[in-house]
Ligand binder design. Sequence first.
Ligand code: HEC
Length: 142
Amino acid sequence: MAACFSCDAHASEAGLLAYDIVGDAVPAALGGLLGDPERGREIVLDRRSGNCLICHALPAIDQHFQGELGPALAGVGERLSTGQIRLRLIDQSRINATTIMPPYYRVDALSHVAPEYIGQTALQAQQIEDVVAYLSTLSSSP
Ligand code: HEC
């Protein structure tokens, strides 16, 4: 039977840090962790962890097969606040219920999860903060 992680009790059992959503943002860093933009860049470019490039294009990066399913991430640091970026990574479906972007910090209601990954988030809290720190540096000029 699939475990339910949607209520607070089960979320903390799965080791998820609590966060508060204010408007369309999560203003406070997960667990108060400090993000490292360099590590965040590696996560975004890594085809095995974030796999963001399957859907997004990044500015000034020599990577083939950048995706077009999501908006290009150039200038995202100017368009969105860090809190807005954080919520979009944690769980884009809070903003758009029919989004195809996977939630990176949620363990409930995921489909097609291999048994060994049940109860794990796609990215850890530190990795979310690293990616938030990196994306915040992206301005529209390359
Ligand atoms: C399966 C495709 C897919 C993947 C993988 C994906 N995204 Fe997205 N992303 C989208 C789509 C589509 C949107 C547009 C918003 C929506 O769907 O509601 C989006 C929106 C965003 C936004 C908001 C952009 C804006 O201008 O409003 C950010 C930031 C973002 N994604 C970052 C990421 C990062 C970082 C990763 C990797 C950790 C990632 N995405 C992985 C599809 C994807």
